[in-house]
Design a protein around this ligand. Sequence first.
Ligand SMILES: [Zn+2]
Length: 576
Amino acid sequence: MYNSMTIKLMEPLHLDMGDIHYVDEIMGSYSPSSHLTEDLFNNKMAFYIALNFPSYSLKEKTENAENWTRRDWAYARMGDMFISRVPADLQQNAAVISTNADTYIADYNIYMGKLVNDNMETLFPEDLVLITHWGLRDELKSNYNAENGFEKQQMIYNVMLDIINQDIPQEVINSGDYIWNPVSNKVYDNGQEMSFTTEPFTRYEHLLHNFKALSAMDKYNPVYPTYIDRAYYESMEISKEDIEALFIEFITSPEIAEIAKLIKTRLGRDLQPYDIWYDGFKARTNINEEDLNKITRRKYPNPQAFENDIPRMLVDLGWSRAKAQEIANKISVDPARGAGHAWGSEMKGDNAHLRTRIPAEGMDYKGYNIATHELGHNVEQTLTLYDIDYYMLKGVPNTAFTEAIAFLFQANDLKLLGQSNNGNSEEAEALAALDNCWSAYEIMGVSLLDMYVWEWMYAHPDADPKELQEAVVNIAIEVWNEYYYPVFGIKDSPILAIYSHMITSPLYLANYPVGHLIEFQIEQYVKDRQFADEVTRMLLQGQIIPQEWMKGAVGREISGEPTLKAVDHALEIITE
Ligand SMILES: [Zn+2]
């Protein structure tokens, strides 16, 4: 009920409904459910539930998994509902702190046209403004094989180092008023070198504020008494120890060094720390995007056309005509303002919403590609709401699974358009395996750093922003020297500390590599089987714990081995 209210209230913000008025923003920011938990404690319902449905820790759930019936799992999920009673002011404070950190990062832009080298030459387009770290990283990636690519990459790398070390001039953050040489770290005004103040550890102050706001809730969480516990054991439901072991095993595998050798050959130079973002394992496709645009624009002139085509797409993926129609009837396609998203229903009788942006001339291929991803979310949401045996088990274990399922659908986008990928698919698959493995290697290191930094903050709760900065850099270098130096041959880079997620989304990073592994395992499993049957079977396990879901889905726990095996095969195909 609250979910449908929120969906309705936010419609003017999310849908393409003309100008947004002040009252739309007021209505959209109202959260009908924000007092629900408090209300349920006040009228004692929460206590009845807590007393009748014991809560089980992740360890207990894991141990009981073999004996539990579906109903036991549903009871256990009831037991998860009221395991903490955090005062509203602490929640509100954490929300404010988190918004402040978001705003800090959202306004952290670098004016690339104002960067100069030692010869006072600019290398980037005058009007290029990039956000840390996504924009900087993507620009760095796009400069493999570009003119002056190496020098531009070095320059971006130095900008990143200045941000991490906080010796970046405050005057060049989000401002194009001055000229900046990020390598020598000198600032110029009208051609004259000028003095400047370095950023006063603001980046780490936000991280510290997040730590304080979240750890303030510890004493109200008897089952998961630290934020570290809550992030891994409660939210992801995979133990910190399992995550750490999984990542370390993966990033120390011999395949990583083999891929590094290959990259070095392809680049014709020694590896640099920023080559963790090497972007060259992309298949050449012989399908022209403009041709695809023509097809999607003709097929989907408006959201209704896409909605009408959903039953056909689901039949193509293997659902029966009747089932395809039944699922499609519960998905509404709406015109979105933004790039698109999928919003599930929480209540039988309601539809899931697929939001997609369709320009006046019709849906372009990029929009279509995203829409097939969102369709995957909607199918998951619909099946696990309407066909699940117990309401408490609707959904999937965590966000990594949600994304893995959506990507499975997205990977079929060309097939659903009636276009087979007529390139060399063996080569394309091999390149994809290398790309997937290299990006997992990168983000696993960043996730380990995130984990170790939070452990450090818990061990040093009174640290100031400067001490935290030193600690983050030291830990980043330790992780680098242990797992990256042996592969890159360069010591002491703190590059892993550049991720903005560390500042805005505490301990969220590990979800990405785990998601990659899950996705790959499911993809491999489904490849030679009937898509619709397998996906339905997996989804109807519902929200049990991740490792049990994976065992039920593909016969084994989350593992890097299938990815590494695919890399072994890929290295025989791609030799230079
Ligand atoms: Zn998604």
